[in-house]
Write a protein that binds this ligand. Sequence first.
Ligand code: FES
Length: 188
Amino acid sequence: MEHDHHKDKTNENKTINKNNTVPFAEDNFTHNIKQLQERKLDRRGFMKTLVGAAGVFAVSTLPWGALAMRELSRDGEKQYAEKEIVKLDDVKVGEAVQFTYPSEHHTALLIRTGEQDVVAYQNACTHLLCPVFWDKGKEKLVCPCHHGFFDVTTGQPTAGPPQRPLPQITLTVKQGTVYATGVKRYET
Ligand code: FES
């Protein structure tokens, strides 16, 4: 028995020696792989901490005034989240639906001007912020407060006190559903 056991051990050693590429017994080798992975994960965790710290540092040192200026100027390309508004089939040609974009505080109107045509504007009047509505008969956006009128295809004021166009909301239609994708900027 003792002899057999010794023989086994010798065989085992022989196998390992023959495969010169395997330096340790198999369980040791597996253990080493795990160790390497763990080290990688540790590094990643460490990098995340670094990025987080850099982020906090960046935020605390941001030149807010300069950012606000950029935001107000036309080159500040703001990113907006895409938002589902309505199924195209649920709005008849010539009709409008109200929605909010980009936040719940920005009311807006979407008007279906043709079979495949939709336009949308934020509907706070550019005069004194009264809500503008869609007048189907006149085919214009109308502000009742001081009789302001806006062109439906451009959002430009056509009559009354408003001097600036309504901010247009960019739209995309995917598989019959209309999505808001952004708010266009105008020169002031
Ligand atoms: S608030 Fe709209 S015309 Fe004055």
